[in-house]
Write a protein that binds this ligand. Sequence first.
Ligand code: UD1
Length: 314
Amino acid sequence: MARVLLTGGAGFVGSHTAEALLAAGHEVAGIDNLRTGCVENLSSFAGHPGWRFFRQDILDAENFNRVVREVAPDVVLHFAGLVSVPESIANPGLNSEMNVRAVHVMIDAAVMAGVRRVIFASSAAVYGDSTAVPLDEHSPTRPVSPYGEAKLAGEALVLGRGRTLGFEPVCLRYFNIYGPRQHRDSPYSGVVSRFLDRLRAGQPLVIFGDGRQTRDFIHVRDVARANVVAACDPGPLAGIFNICSGSEVAVNDLAAALQRQFLSRLDPIFEPGRSGDVKRSAGNPTRAREILGFSARIALAAGLSEFEGNSVAP
Ligand code: UD1
């Protein structure tokens, strides 16, 4: 049994990961300032004896350090951060605070508390306009947004400090995560939840650019399982891992699949491409499979079919 601390514990990925860790018998503490996370995300396990929750902003270093010392975790999973590429462009200062300074604060607290392993939520956005699709962990990193730059800086911090200060640094490069509890009602939400929101409201989908840009979609329960595997690996474990499905899907094809599922005949509205938008993104999942023993299991069609819609045969 491990004692695990999740920053961003009430968020989309954090709450699914907490649930999976508790189900596997671990002791779990979550920290969240509830900026985008919410207590409803915790409802299925809030009363679990292995769970503790602290409403706390990481950037308040003194109080955050106190929580980390009190929990005394073996492993920290750092999910707290700003998750949206367009928001990082609209508010680069906030992006630096939440995606870079917060990593410094988290590492300082982890080191002081003698944490054995730090797992950092990185992103496929670090590959940016790298054309070596499918992208593996040795592909060039060429971020095209403040978000991607900050995630790359966060990786460098975690890996560098891990080497010099003696904790095991693990960076998980998540591709495009979707599934229940993802924010829907914000312009900064992910594409699957944006599309669902509009379909449920009977509105046409909005596609940025020509819709031929691609993404590698991975279900949040697969991501939670990857996180449990990374947290519980007997180790020593260090380095960078893609967490992806390995399938490349165009935004147009995602739109068409969801329109079929929801029986929507409205033509999508095409709007200008977003700045900082990656053109092609699909990962090579080999390293995660070989070293962590992790492979995604939920195919996109199966994951999407969980959403309420007037399901029809494809
Ligand atoms: C997403 C994640 C980011 C993660 C990265 C990994 C979110 C909000 N962002 O970024 O945290 O690190 O994947 O690859 O979860 N689009 C439309 N119409 C819409 C919304 C989006 O056409 O209504 C398009 C976008 O222009 C983009 C694609 O869909 O080409 C995906 O967009 P989005 O879901 O916002 O995610 P990413 O920017 O890929």
